[in-house]
Every structure is written in structure tokens, then in C-alpha cells.
Design a protein around this ligand. Structure first.
Ligand SMILES: Nc1ncnc2c1ncn2[C@@H]1O[C@H](COP(=O)(O)OP(=O)(O)OP(=O)(O)O)[C@@H](O)[C@H]1O
Ligand SMILES: [Mg+2]
Length: 364
């Protein structure tokens, strides 16, 4: 079915002049002229059947007749010129081969003088916007609200395009970005096929409640103290999830002259600690493939014990014992580590309780 349904008596007016892409319409009805706004859309009858031309209103003018102004205040209203200038932007085809209602950003024809011009609003606007975002009217479409262009026209969102690509919600402050986001989250929650994770950095969307929405928060100091768990919606992100790069940047001070040694020892010892964990747990399959970056739990006590041993290591020398290669070189890294481990703000990493060392923790 064609999306447009215009009656001649609803026309704004008739085309008075045409140049390459601009059309001037003579608006007969003064009330209609007052309702027109720049940047609203207009539809023009085309010379070809099954086509409509779409344009943007760029100018609305109401002019009294010249004699009138010259008459110095005495209004005779001899003539009035109500004009609306429209920039053509494309063509709406009722049918293009197999497809119905296709919008093309080209002008497939030009309007003729005296062709009817209509304002695009209400159901006609909804239909047009729906076509632009190629949304079928199957009732499962996402909606954003109403257009400011026309409060009766529903704004639809093409979920396939929106979720499968990068998207950006932009606008000046107070323009409704947060509301739009909340609306999208709410509708997403109702979809049986959608899985979405929202990283809500400022807790802005915590008031959103829906059976399809689960809230989690990363454990803060109070959650750690109260031993809240995932059952309370509290998440821990244990240190063993950190990649080697992240661990090094957290624990090794790059400006320390021993930094390269410390990083090297760190990699070796974490690898050892992970290996020990896998051996103790009989995880022979994983043992064959894991690397220092693999999300395999390891015991922090074990790692700290090893680092302390290396830091005070004595080795046999020619004349009795001498200091090992890394003796004293890890001191600063060890105290950095100890500080982080006891930092209450990092409780979500180092204080997750016993079950974060469970091999199935990540899956859970
Ligand atoms: N679709 C809407 N219909 C009616 N009112 C709205 C709509 N969207 C937003 N508002 C109103 O505008 C106000 C500001 O909206 P919102 O908080 O979403 O803006 P924002 O773009 O996120 O602003 P900021 O950049 O400051 O975060 C809201 O409090 C609400 O009253
Ligand atoms: Mg906001």
C-alpha cells in the first residue's frame, strides 16, 4: 500500500515557480501558512504517477501588496503574496520493482506548475520516516517517541541497523540523550532475542526496573566489608583477570631502574603461580595451553611468598654465599603490591572472598 494518502482539499497550495531544485508554492490559505515552519517536510505531486517529490521548507513569506506599503498606513489589502520556498531532496516511489514505498535521494521528475503541495505530518510523516529506516509495520519495531517536527508522528528505530553497527546519540545538554537511552534500554529489555550489557558509569540508569533488566555493581568498600556477593548484585573482578600488561602497569613503577627486571620476574612468577594452581586442581587440559594472560586463578600468597624469597635470595659463590641476581631489586615492587592489596578502594579486586579462586568462577 502506498504510504501517502493526500486529499486535494488538504493541499497547502500550488506550485508557482520551479528552478532546478527549488520550488515556490503559492499558499492559498493564510491559516496553513501560519502553521508552516522552516525545516519541516513537504510533499509535491509529481508529473509521473506513483511518485511524490519530497522537499524541505526553507522559507515562508507573507507579503502585503506593494501599493499597500506605499499608502502610508492606510491598509487596503489589495493584494497578498503568501509564499513558501521548498528545497527538493528526493523522490518517494510507490513501487520500485519488487519493493513498495522506496525513497530515493534523487529527483526522478520535477513538479509542474499548479501541482499540489502538501505538508508532511501525522500518519504520512510516520510512514515516510518508517520507510527511511526500512522498518516493517510488524509491531515489533523499536520506537523512540514522537518527532519534534510533528507530535503525532511516531519515530521508529531500525533495531537491526542500530544494534549491529556503531551508533551515537548526540545532542546539547538537556536535549534528551539520557531519556532516549533509557527508552532504548527499556524496549531492549522486552526483546527475547537481545542480550545487552550497559556500562552505566555514573549509575544514571539504576532507577530503571524491569523483569528483563538485572542490575550489578562493582563491589565498593562497604560491599566488601559486608561480604556481599553476586546474589546481592555485587560483582568482584579478581586480580587474576588482569592481563600481563595491566598487571605490570599496576605494580611496576616504570621509572624504577629495576623496572625491566621486575616486569620479567612478574611474568615468570605469575606463570608459575598459575601453573601451580592448575596442577593442584588437576586441570591437565588447560595446563597445556595457558599463558600468562589466560584468565586462570592463582594464589596471591603464593606469588608474594615467591617474590619475597627472590628479593632476599642468597646463592653459593666462590667464597661462601653471595646475593642472588635480584636480591633487593624487588623491594619497591613488593611494597607497591602490598599497598594495593590493602587499599580498600581495590577491594573488588583483592578481597573477593574464597570463591573467586574457584576454577569455575568465571563461568559462574
Ligand atoms: N522525549 C521526551 N519527551 C519529553 N520530555 C523529555 C524527553 N526527553 C527529555 N525530556 C525532558 O528533558 C529533560 C532533559 O533530558 P535528558 O536528561 O535526557 O537530557 P540529556 O541530553 O541527557 O542532558 P545532559 O547532557 O545534561 O545529560 C528531562 O528531564 C525531561 O524532562
Ligand atoms: Mg544525560
Amino acid at each position: 500500500m502506498p504510504i501517502f494518502n493526500f486529499r486535494d482539499e488538504d493541499a497547502l497550495g500550488k506550485v508557482a515557480s520551479v528552478d532546478t531544485t527549488n520550488v515556490i508554492v503559492d499558499v492559498e490559505n493564510i491559516d496553513q501558512l501560519k502553521r508552516l515552519q522552516v525545516n519541516h517536510l513537504a510533499v509535491l505531486q509529481s508529473s509521473r504517477p506513483g511518485q511524490h517529490l519530497i522537499g524541505l521548507i526553507t522559507q515562508v513569506t507573507r507579503k502585503r501588496g506593494i501599493e499597500d506599503i506605499a499608502n502610508d498606513g492606510i491598509s487596503e489589502q489589495t493584494s497578498e503574496l503568501n509564499l513558501c520556498k521548498i528545497a527538493l531532496i528526493g523522490t518517494m516511489l510507490d513501487r520500485d520493482g519488487e519493493r513498495e514505498n522506496v525513497f530515493r535521494r534523487t529527483l526522478e521528475s520535477v513538479p509542474e506548475i499548479d501541482a499540489n503541495c502538501f505538508s508532511l505530518e501525522g500518519e504520512n510523516l510516520t510512514g515516510f520516516m518508517r520507510t527511511l529506516s526500512s522498518i516493517s509495520a510488524d509491531g515489533n519495531a523499536l520506537t523512540l517517541g514522537k518527532y519534534t517536527l510533528d507530535e503525532h508522528a511516531v519515530a521508529y528505530l531500525n533495531g537491526n541497523k542500530f544494534f549491529q553497527r556503531h551508533a551515537f546519540i548526540g545532542g546539547s545538554t538537556g536535549s534528551g540523550k539520557s531519556w532516549t537511552t533509557a527508552k532504548i534500554i527499556e524496549q531492549m529489555a522486552g526483546l527475547s532475542t537481545a542480550n545487552a550489557i550497559v556500562f552505566d558509569l555514573h549509575g544514571e540508569y539504576s532507577p530503571l526496573v524491569d523483569p528483563g533488566i538485572q542490575h550489578f555493581k562493582v563491589a565498593g568498600p562497604a560491599d566488601v566489608e559486608a561480604k556481599r556477593t553476586i546474589d546481592d548484585g555485587v560483582l568482584y573482578l579478581p586480580y587474576w583477570l588482569l592481563s600481563y600488561e595491566a598487571l605490570v602497569s599496576m605494580f611496576v613503577d616504570r621509572s624504577d631502574q629495576n623496572a625491566p627486571n621486575q616486569a620479567m620476574i612478574m611474568a615468570r612468577e605469575i606463570n608459575q603461580a598459575k601453573q601451580k594452581y592448575l596442577e593442584d586442581g588437576g586441570q591437565t587440559d588447560v595446563l597445556k595451553h595457558f599463558t600468562v594472560d589466560s584468565p586462570v586463578p592463582f594464589k596471591l600468597d603464593f606469588l608474594m611468598g615467591r617474590l619475597n624469597d627472590i628479593n632476599v635470595e642468597m646463592v653459593p659463590g666462590a667464597r661462601g654465599e653471595k646475593q642472588g641476581d635480584f636480591n633487593g631489586k624487588l623491594s619497591r615492587m613488593i611494597s607497591r603490591l602490598e599497598n594495593k592489596i590493602s587499599d580498600r578502594r581495590l577491594g573488588f579486586m583483592f578481597n573477593g572472598g574464597g570463591d573467586v579462586l574457584d576454577f569455575s568462577w568465571l563461568g559462574f
